[in-house]
Design a protein around this ligand. Structure first.
Ligand SMILES: O=C(O)COP(=O)(O)O
Ligand SMILES: [Mg+2]
Length: 227
């Protein structure tokens, strides 16, 4: 009998409703019933994927902050240092710009290794200042992330796979943006949803017609073990 393959799932753009925001509730039951490890690999701050696993009812296997934070279910690893990102933001602010989330915001409140900036803010000065500190700025379609170029989702996934004892070649991933490229390069089979950006589409083994959670649900139907 064939077993369900381990899954690696991005959140925004991948588990989202057709309008692009909010988790599509149709993914909850298939994920809870999935008969293999499910890793949530996201650019969001650590508490978000942990809470998602908690509310779905699956073990917490999490790559957060684009690889900056990795939780294997037993150990938490911080693979990037937030100080440089903080310095970039200070300079960006001193130049008259703003992160664009308001004062008491929850986007960066628990973020430990990078900083996220609202897409409505000017990116060029952000990129210039980040470059001075040796950091990169990536655009996920949901936020700009000021981050260390080194850690990535793929490395975090490899660490979790090693810890839980799954073979990366058996893993199936779904994603939508540039921060999923390293995921697709790491796992056996990578699917880009129909709304994915060009970088994700180019790195995926297959680009789906279906968008957002419809794409992910189509992959689950396709790869789930049949009895
Ligand atoms: O935090 C973002 O900008 C995107 O998050 P995601 O990696 O779950 O799509
Ligand atoms: Mg995404």
């Amino acid at each position: 009998m064939r077993a369900d393959p381990p899954l690696v799932l991005d959140i925004d753009g991948t588990l989202t409703r057709p309008e692009g925001w909010g988790i599509d509730p149709r993914v909850f039951d298939p994920l809870r019933e999935w008969d293999a490890p499910v890793v949530i690999a996201t650019g969001k701050a650590f508490p978000y994927p942990v809470a998602l696993c908690h509310f779905v009812g699956i073990p917490e296997l999490v790559v957060a902050e684009n690889g900056g934070v990795v939780y294997t279910g037993d150990d938490v690893f911080f693979t990037a240092d937030r100080e440089a990102a903080r310095a970039v933001v200070e300079e960006y602010r001193a130049a008259g710009y703003d992160l664009g989330w308001g004062t008491e915001e929850t986007v960066n409140r628990w973020r430990e290794t990078e900083i996220a900036v609202n897409l409505e803010q000017p990116i060029e000065p952000l990129r210039e200042i980040a470059a001075e500190y040796g950091l990169e700025v990536i655009d996920t379609g949901y936020a700009y992330h000021v981050k260390d170029a080194d850690p990535n989702k793929g490395e975090g996934i490899a660490r979790i796979a090693d810890h839980v004892g799954v073979d990366l070649a058996d893993c199936v991933a779904v994603g939508d943006s540039i921060n999923d490229v390293s995921t697709f390069e790491t796992v056996g089979r990578g699917f880009a949803v129909g709304n994915a950006d060009e970088a994700a589409k180019a790195a995926a083994d297959e680009v789906l017609e279906e968008r957002h959670a419809d794409g992910t649900l189509a992959v689950l139907d396709r790869v789930r073990a049949t009895t």
